[in-house]
Design a protein around this ligand. Structure first.
Ligand SMILES: [Mn+2]
Length: 399
């Protein structure tokens, strides 16, 4: 059976809203052309409560896919929930869609509408001819809880099928900056293939001697150096145990660095930035995204703000220019500005989580097994403040 693995569409992502939709559609259609089944390991949506027009977009996408002729079908479903379609499109919610336990997330909505099969805490069996594949999923959860959930759930392969474990988490081997991230060898054993979302560049690795495939996102979200690579999906063939990365057309992203130490005055700063942007967009189609990172010490006290702010406007229609001053010595040691610069490169959610963790640590509270992310989620799951606090306390005590 040929299986396409595609992930992290981030539908509704404000910054590149049209790209998110167009590139997801391109990837899904191309995947449906060549594969018998589609696996989507999370972050179909960019948020846990997408606006109705984003939900409408997603329904359009998946209804068109469902209307195609599929030879493979979902024939069995074991575990939490139900399946409402036989169309072989199987997904889990990611961290962006994650809500408190028992609350419906937007992937649930697509599952209930019969547009895909949601396998968070379940196994779906897909059959084609006399071949069966079984996909066991665990939806995206807080990183610090994943090892524990895997231990408790103890996902096991089923007999008489090619078994796939699908999840959406940070893995320490790929993101070695948090000790709490899952190690690859902690993944459940005995599966024939491991499929993971969450990480936004495509990776082929190994877990327990089997392939671990991470497709990466179909849209740019972080503007990091690693995102300059091609976007697309993995096509895996169970017959030959081989995989191939199939790329899609996407808006181009080019990142360039400028050493402030080499810049002598205001005019040469502006000229240098423009020169880098011009080089980046030379012979490029469409409107590429260009990020210029200013590095090194600003020894001459150049006023970086004003004149550079005008550059993105000058390139309107030709390039989406972002000039990042992170680590560029703007603050020259001022702690207040440092924290603002750091915040500038962080999502509001991550920043909020940092503040929340700091407060918890400061209060000397042991929150046990529940994990700060789950706790924050529970607190945010109720519009009524008193109810939210009661719910969070209940969880703390029961955990
Ligand atoms: Mn993602």
């Amino acid at each position: 059976m040929k299986i396409a693995i595609l992930s992290d569409f981030h539908l509704g992502y404000e910054r590149f809203r049209e790209d998110a939709y167009a590139q997801a559609e391109r990837a899904l259609n191309k995947a449906a052309d060549v594969a018998d089944a589609l696996l989507i390991p999370g972050d179909i949506f960019d948020m846990r409560a997408p606006k109705p027009d984003v939900i409408a977009e997603s329904i359009n996408l998946f209804r068109n896919l469902s209307a195609r002729k599929w030879n493979a079908h979902v024939v069995d479903f074991i575990g939490e929930g139900k399946h409402f379609t036989k169309v072989p499109i199987v997904a889990i919610p990611g961290t962006h869609e994650r809500r408190a336990q028992d609350a419906a997330d937007p992937v649930d909505i697509l599952g209930l509408a019969g547009l895909l099969v949601d396998v968070s805490n379940a196994t779906a069996v897909i059959s084609l001819g006399n071949e069966k594949i079984a996909i066991r999923g665990i939806g995206g959860i807080a990183d610090e809880r994943f090892s524990e959930v895997v231990k408790n759930e103890n996902p096991v392969p089923i007999g008489d099928a090619f078994n796939i474990f699908m999840f959406h988490e940070s893995l320490y081997e790929m993101l070695p900056f948090n000790e709490q991230f899952m190690r690859i060898d902690e993944l459940p054993k005995g599966f024939d293939l491991y499929v993971c979302g969450h990480i936004h560049n495509s990776i082929a690795a190994e877990a327990h001697g089997k392939k671990l495939l991470i497709p990466g996102s179909t849209v740019l979200t972080q503007l990091k150096e690693g995102e300059q690579g091609k976007k697309g999906f993995w096509l895996f063939d169970t017959k030959t145990y081989s995989s191939e990365f199939i790329s899609i057309d996407t808006r181009e992203f080019i990142m360039k660095r400028l050493d402030l130490g080499s810049v002598t005055d205001q005019t040469s700063l502006v000229d240098s930035v423009k020169k880098l942007v011009d080089q980046a967009i030379e012979r490029k189609d469409g409107v590429p995204i260009v990020r210029i990172v200013l590095e090194g010490k600003n020894m001459r006290g150049l006023d970086i703000g004003l004149e550079l702010n005008d550059i993105p406007r000058r390139y309107a229609g030709r390039a989406a220019v972002e000039i990042s001053k992170l680590g560029a010595g703007l603050s020259e040691g001022s702690a207040k500005q440092d924290s603002q610069v750091a915040f500038g490169n962080m999502s509001v959610k991550d920043y909020g989580m940092g503040v929340f963790l700091e407060k918890i640590r400061g209060a000397g509270v042991d929150i046990g097994n529940i994990g700060p992310a789950e706790l924050l989620d529970t607190l945010g799951s109720e519009p009524n403040k008193e109810k939210a606090v009661k719910k969070a306390l209940d969880r703390l005590i029961s955990d």
